[in-house]
Every structure is written in structure tokens, then in C-alpha cells.
Write a protein that binds this ligand. Structure first.
Ligand code: DC
Length: 218
């Protein structure tokens, strides 16, 4: 199976780039962050503190996450409901980052991710794909950009959507999530030695895509 693993911090362009690579290679794209977001969303809806390890762990057995593809687009279902849009709300980003620190959450989702990767040619993006989920993937990348550039991109995206946002707040959120994601105990975001390092600060999306494609071994 062709498994392309892309890790990196929030806002580095991973999902846009991974989606396009999957399209060009005619394989599926698995957005693993969406899975953590779905668990975060469920906890928020139930009024459970997303940092409460026992509380969040307690809902896992009765939580069903499903990934389906419709016209090549990933749809994520939480207990049978399509939550693909709901998980994108701003406050769910921090909830996802919080629940992702909980070992039981990771074990449940990693098992699903490994199963999908074993059965499909797939591009996956996340934080721990190259270091933990698929250590032996045939193609591994670490995609990043400076926090200021990532905040600038996010700011532009939200302003274009008509949202009233503040650049400094976005930058602070990005730094906060970077800290959370790189300092957790279990499978933190890290750059592995065997991953191709790509800094997209000075690259366009197309340049980053071409760079990654140039390294892919089939
Ligand atoms: O990529 P994203 O912003 O949608 O991810 C949301 C959060 O989920 C992120 O802050 C950390 C967590 N995550 C993770 O711990 N491991 C992954 N493979 C993907 C995401």
C-alpha cells in the first residue's frame, strides 16, 4: 500500500496540500485531525470538560466515529450524524487539542487510522503519523511554516469568510496549540529524522505540492 504521512503544526497548509496530493494520485485523503475534533465536539456538547481525562475517557465506548468518502471527499460521522461542518468551528480546535492529550482517545483513533492505512492507498495528515501511527510509512514529510505566517494565512482565510477577527488573538491561539501539541506526554508532535522537512513559509501551495510530489516513492 502507498502510505503518505504528513505531520506538522496547525495552519501549515497540511490539509489543503494533502487533499490535492490525494486527488492527483487518485488515492484517498485521511484527515486525522477531524477525528480528534469529533471527540472534542462530543465532549463539548455533553458539557464535559475537555481536559477531564476520566470524563472524556468515559464517553469513548459509547462514541461511534465513522469515516466515509462521498465523491472523494471525506465525511465524518459522530454517532451517525454528519459533523464535517460542526467540527470546524473555532472553539472546537482547542477542544480537539485537549482531548488529543488523553491516551484512551489516541488509542481508539490510532487503531482506526492504522486499519484504514492497511487497506488503502492513502495520504494522512496529523501530528503523530510519521512518529507513531505509521512509523514505517514509505513516504514521510514534516510540513511547517513560521507561527506568524500561519497566523497571517488563517487571518486572511477568516476575513475572507466575513469574520471579525484579530491577528494577535489568532497568533496567540496558534502558539498555544503548538505548545499543547508538542508538549503532551503521549505521541507529541515531533519532527522525525526520516521525514522530508518542508518549510512552506516562502512557498505557494502549488510549490509545496510539487515539492512533496517530487519526493514520493511509489
Ligand atoms: O489538524 P487539526 O487542527 O484539525 O487537529 C486538531 C487537533 O487534533 C490538534 O490540535 C491536535 C490533534 N491531533 C493529534 O493530536 N493527532 C493527529 N494525528 C491529528 C490531530
Amino acid at each position: 500500500m502507498l502510505n503518505i504521512a504528513i505531520d506538522g503544526p496547525s495552519g501549515a497548509g497540511k490539509s489543503t496540500i494533502a487533499k490535492e496530493i490525494a486527488k492527483r494520485l487518485n488515492i484517498i485523503y485521511l484527515d486525522t485531525g477531524a477525528m480528534y475534533r469529533a471527540i472534542g465536539l462530543k465532549a463539548v456538547r455533553l458539557g464535559i470538560d475537555t481536559e477531564d481525562v476520566q470524563g472524556v475517557t468515559g464517553i469513548l465506548d459509547s462514541t461511534q466515529i465513522e469515516i466515509k468518502y462521498e465523491d472523494g471527499v471525506q465525511i465524518i460521522y459522530l454517532d451517525g450524524e454528519d459533523v464535517s461542518t460542526a467540527i470546524r468551528e473555532h472553539h472546537i480546535s482547542k477542544a480537539a487539542s485537549n482531548v488529543s492529550k488523553i491516551p484512551a482517545v489516541r488509542l481508539k483513533l490510532v487503531a482506526m487510522q492504522r486499519e484504514i492505512a492497511a487497506k488503502n492507498n492513502v495520504v494522512l495528515d496529523g501530528r503523530d503519523i510519521t512518529s507513531y501511527v505509521l512509523k514505517d510509512a514509505n513516504n514521510k514529510f514534516y510540513l511547517t511554516a513560521t507561527p506568524e505566517e500561519r497566523a497571517k494565512r488563517r487571518y486572511k482565510e477568516l476575513v475572507e469568510k466575513g469574520q471579525n477577527v484579530d491577528y494577535e488573538t489568532i497568533l496567540a491561539d496558534i502558539n498555544d496549540r503548538d505548545y499543547n501539541d508538542t508538549h503532551r506526554d503521549f505521541a507529541p508532535l515531533t519532527r522525525t529524522e526520516d521525514s522530508v522537512f518542508i518549510d512552506s513559509t516562502e512557498l505557494t501551495i502549488e510549490q509545496a505540492i510539487e515539492k512533496i510530489l517530487s519526493y514520493i516513492k511509489m
